[in-house]
Write a protein that binds this ligand. Structure first.
Ligand SMILES: [Zn+2]
Length: 500
């Protein structure tokens, strides 16, 4: 080894140019003092080995850390890949496939950050006889006015988001019926395509044509379910731009809506407006630009309602609200409370007692539904199977007694399938037993002779089953609610208007 080192040393000095006069001292010195050099080389070697050991330890620690991190902190929700089919006939009086579709077409308009109190009549807090003077109040009256003047044609409800209140997470919930997990929350700008079962996938699978225009968050998530010739996404990240996305929606929406029925290529038209959200981020809610934006949206909805025929359902909804500064993402009430509205030119709404729709005190006690409830609702109304991972429940007002019973049964069967495949849920014996009893009672009690009372009792029990499944799922270690140690933000069962 010494020899090799020496030969290296001399080779190096030769390479450095041993023939130059000034450099000749180096090799002679190396020859004169070999023990010192050797000592230094040994020291260097030891240091080198030391570094390697320390670095490998760091690497091992890193790998271990990442492993624990993925295992524990960022538990990702296990995405069940199953795609729902129409449930087969298991109850005599319940029809054996999907429910017959209630509409030919749907126009679904998402108005980003449309907080609930933006759309109800709000009184002045100091002087309850006067309307509120805030610029975000009483400037978008068309939804509630229609609800009051055409009680059988329109429904207007509070629409509770589950946190985090970001658009991508909301769109996942609104289409799949599941709740976001912590790892989902971290990937808001990832824009992954949604492969798990959702109603856009089901529309596509059932050869329905989906047209889209607006916020490009949809593009990354749902492009494969949208007709490529009817897909008009607009950049959503520039919050200072208040109008480009909205104008883009309008530019493509009007021609598609105004085409005569036979020429219309689409079955479901989705438009996602961003102006209200962007005004909030830029100026906050209490700004004259918000008033202008809300007035504009009011006129758009009014005009859309005029163009629809009596076979096309209109859905208007927000995905989340905003706080007093116009921002969102968290779990404060004003970020969670959004708007849900449906309108059809023919009668289809079965309204509950008037008291549950109480707009006073900014709609504090107004009937609320969860955003995931849209999923079984829209699926049943369109004659599609309920997406496999759904935990929502059909909205009462949109189904007659018999249809609500059928819808409840289909939801029961679907949720139990999901529970059975989710390890932490499948072990709950009490709920499994309740499922067995419910299933038996549906089979025995549902007949053409059963009374309205029998049916609604069954529906209420199914709601409790659904709600317990939802609560149980919220306690799953991988859900956002549990991981972030947040309170469960879903309203208590009784406050949901579910009991009465
Ligand atoms: Zn926003």
């Amino acid at each position: 080894m010494d020899e090799i080192e020496k030969s290296h040393a001399s080779a190096d000095t030769e390479a450095l140019g041993g023939t130059y006069p000034g450099t000749s001292a180096i090799p002679s010195q190396a020859v004169k003092a070999p023990p010192r050099i050797r000592l230094r080389q040994q020291k260097l070697q030891l240091t080198f080995i030391g570094y390697v050991v320390v670095l490998s330890m760091f690497t091992a620690l890193q790998v271990l850390g990442v492993w624990f991190f993925t295992l524990g902190f960022l538990l990702s929700r296990q995405v069940l890949p199953d795609i729902a089919e129409c449930t087969p006939n298991m109850v005599a009086a319940v029809d054996d496939t999907c429910m017959p579709p209630q509409f030919d077409k749907v126009v679904m308009l998402v108005i980003d950050a449309l907080r609930f109190d933006f759309t109800i009549p709000v009184e002045d807090s100091a002087n309850p006889d006067q309307p509120s003077g805030e610029l975000f109040h009483n400037n978008f009256p068309i939804l509630h006015d229609t609800f009051l003047s055409q009680p059988q044609n329109a429904i207007h409800l509070k629409f509770m988001a589950d946190p985090p209140t970001t658009t991508l997470q909301r769109l996942k919930g609104l289409t799949t019926g599941t709740l976001p997990t912590f790892i989902d929350a971290g990937s808001n700008f990832d824009g992954d395509s949604v492969d798990e079962d959702n109603w856009l996938l089901q529309l596509h699978k059932h050869n329905k044509t989906v047209a889209f225009m607006g916020d490009d968050t949809w593009k990354a998530m749902f492009s494969k379910y949208i007709d490529p010739t009817l897909n008009f996404p607009y950049d959503s990240l520039n919050v200072r731009d208040l109008h480009t996305v909205d104008n883009g929606v309008l530019e493509h929406m009007w021609p598609l809506l105004r085409e005569s029925g036979s020429k219309q290529k689409w079955d479901v038209l989705i438009g996602h407006f961003l102006g209200v959200d962007h005004v909030g981020h830029r100026y906050g809610p209490n700004h004259y630009t918000m008033k202008e934006k809300l007035n504009q949206m009011n006129d758009v909805i009014k005009e859309v309602m005029k163009t629809l025929d009596n076979k096309t359902l209109l859905v208007v909804m927000g995905d989340h609200g905003m706080d007093a500064t116009g921002n969102h993402g968290g779990e404060a009430l004003d970020e969670l409370e959004s708007t849900f509205f449906m309108y059809l030119k023919r009668k289809f709404v079965h309204r509950k007692d008037k008291d549950v729709y109480d707009p006073r005190q900014k709609g504090k006690n107004y009937r609320a539904i969860n955003q995931i409830d849209l999923v079984p609702t829209i699926s049943l109304l369109l004659g599609l199977p309920i997406p496999h991972n759904n935990l929502g429940f059909p909205v009462d007002e949109l189904f007659g007694d018999r249809d609500l019973t059928i819808g409840a049964f289909k939801t029961l069967v679907q949720i139990q399938k999901f529970r059975a495949q989710t390890p932490s849920l499948s072990q709950n014996d009490a709920l499994n037993e309740e499922y067995r009893l419910l299933y038996r009672d549906f089979t025995e009690q549902v007949s053409s002779f059963s009374t309205k009372k029998t049916l609604s009792a069954l529906v209420e029990r199914t709601k409790k089953f659904q709600y317990s499944s939802l609560e149980e799922y919220l306690l799953e270690p991988s859900t956002y609610a549990e991981r972030s140690r947040q309170r469960i933000v879903f309203l208590p069962f009784s406050k949901h208007g579910r009991m009465g």
